[in-house]
Design a protein around this ligand. Sequence first.
Ligand code: HEM
Length: 383
Amino acid sequence: MHDFLADGIFNSNGELWRLQRKTASFEFNTKSIRSFIMDIVRREAVHSLLPLLHNATTTGEVLDLQDLLERFAFDNVCNLAFGYDPKSLDGTSEEGLKFFHAFDDATQIIVDRMVSIVPWKVKKLLKVRSEKRFREAQAIVQEMVSRFVRSTRKQDDLLSCFAENPTHSEELLRDIGINFMVAGRDTTPSALTWFFWILSSRPHIVEQILREIKSIRARTNNENEFFRIESLREMHYLHAALSESMRLYPPVPMLPRMANKDDVLPDGTSVRRGWVVTYSSYAMARLKSIWGEDCMEVKPERWLVDGVYQPTSPFKYPVFHGGPRVFLGKEMAYIQMKAVAACILERFELEVVEKRGERQISVTMRMKGGLPVRIRERMITTL
Ligand code: HEM
């Protein structure tokens, strides 16, 4: 257990494993959870994200797409976990914004602990500013989530599913809630930010996605409605383009595991109890021995056979991890990302005004300095 994480926004006793067992076992794939998640994405996209982008087409304002996607995901995950809308995207709730900034601050300070030269425990003793800020942010997050926990038994959200078990203490429920926020807030925005960055220099991929959307709309006789799950499932090319973008820019670029007993890896390497082994999906994507000579090229086609998406082994593509701890909400995450990507691409053209594309260490792989874009309404396409 890394103690900089144990002393995180969760609990102070560091029982992170207990928490992970609980949240990792969550059933993401029931029909009711899927439609609950889709309803939230639809509502947030139609009422907040799309109007905001539309507004920017008239003002000509440059927006940081990464920031917008992070706020969108924050609002989504809070609705999902707590049935609470912080409205961080349209900024109309003071309390919601405070919650958003506290969560952002707390997670970034925890990550900075990993790269700081001065050990964070020393900083804590010296009451350095970042550690003081951390305590304040932690208190705000814990206080808000505890409030949701106290009211959750009457509600219709994910936390209520866990609250049905009377052995779950208030503290455990609070930590499950925060764990969901950490896992859900940064991953899809990271994936989508790099996806839009990749598209900004590859118009042929955008055209292909638009062609696919158009043909699905024509087939389902559905011109204007927000996409239904069944339509999103039919978007094989978009699925492939997202998979390809996450291959090169995985939201979780490295994942450390600690051996809880002496072990031997399949190649014969010994691993002693307590050793940390880290694998990097970011590095694996760049290995010719895994992905071939063209591993550095962006090719959605490598995922398609006769236009149909073909998944690959999680041990070749460990973006969602593999084995017993594989992320079970993968399909739900794809549906969310496809809904957001398709509804933005269909309506708007995004021009990246500053090509940075540098990576920043965070809980996930963020884009340093954000992704500044200018937005125009998309002209009716003749594709
Ligand atoms: C592209 C999007 C996503 C990617 C690449 C991703 C990736 C992962 C990975 C690699 C793990 C395994 C972590 C581990 O065992 O250490 C994981 C676990 C998990 N993810 Fe995701 N995820 C994504 C989206 C989401 C979303 C949107 C949510 C929630 C709304 C979510 C909730 C969770 C939860 C609850 C766990 C279990 C946490 C735990 O074991 O502590 N993820 N995810």
